[in-house]
Write a protein that binds this ligand. Sequence first.
Ligand code: 13P
Ligand code: SF4
Length: 302
Amino acid sequence: MTDWAAKIEELTFRRNAVILVHNYQVESVQLAAGHLGDSLGLSRVAAEVEADVIVFCGVKFMAETAKILSPRKTVLLPRLDAGCPMADMITLDDLRHLKARYPDATVVTYVNSSAEIKAESDVCCTSANAVEVVRNVEGRRVIFVPDRNLGAWAARQVPEKEVILFEGYCYVHDRIRREEVEAARKAYPGAEVLVHPEAPMEVLELADAVCSTGGMLRHVAASPAREFVVATEEGLLERLRRENPHRSFFSAGRPKICSNMKRTSLGDVVAALELNRYEIEIDVETIRGAQVALRRMLDYAG
Ligand code: 13P
Ligand code: SF4
């Protein structure tokens, strides 16, 4: 049997590499992480880490974000087919149309978007700081792309802003139904209900807390509860169970799986380091524009 862990350790040392892993990755990859976290936390690491090579185990927009924030580093995405369907839902034309229609609006772009869309934006956000960003950007009107659910959630928390939404969504979270959460509440009456803000409003309204994956980890650490219903991708539940063995975590209905997030294996990580694949390349102009929007995002807490 191949000892992937030993191989990865040797290769990361040889290449002066760091392995960044999102909370939705399969458990074996989570366990190989140099840093394991949510989109915002991993962006912060990517911007600051001392390494020649970043291997990003997540989806393409995350590896692109790392490249934009650290353009001199080699950034590798172990699976070329690990994309985020939500990021592909908006085109440059869509965004330019919105900007022409609402010229006074500030464009707030969820990081789940392409580098080109980020470069056309004023500021980026993640699910951890979307509310904070919408609240604090200049002006009364905001164009929020591409996630309609996260945008609607932020708009509800910040009624003083007018938020123009785009019709993008995450196919994993958008499918979560009110009835699933209600049934889980009935089955586990003592449990706290945590919901990711990519879910629809009817589900968010039932939550005890609405948070990013990193926010869920922090919420659980600070909570006295013993049981939790967690409405997000299953990888995060695996991490919660591993790190909190004396507490119980239940999915809201059937486990939610992002197939894109599950593509990367330890073998892919080894191949990435051995063969230098798949290297993220973004043209200088796009990097320059997107970097401004991403650097602004890093100024907001979350
Ligand atoms: P975070 O909550 O970790 O930012 O991730 C949400 C997500 O869906 C990333 O694709
Ligand atoms: Fe994209 Fe949703 Fe998968 Fe996150 S969970 S990568 S938003 S499809």
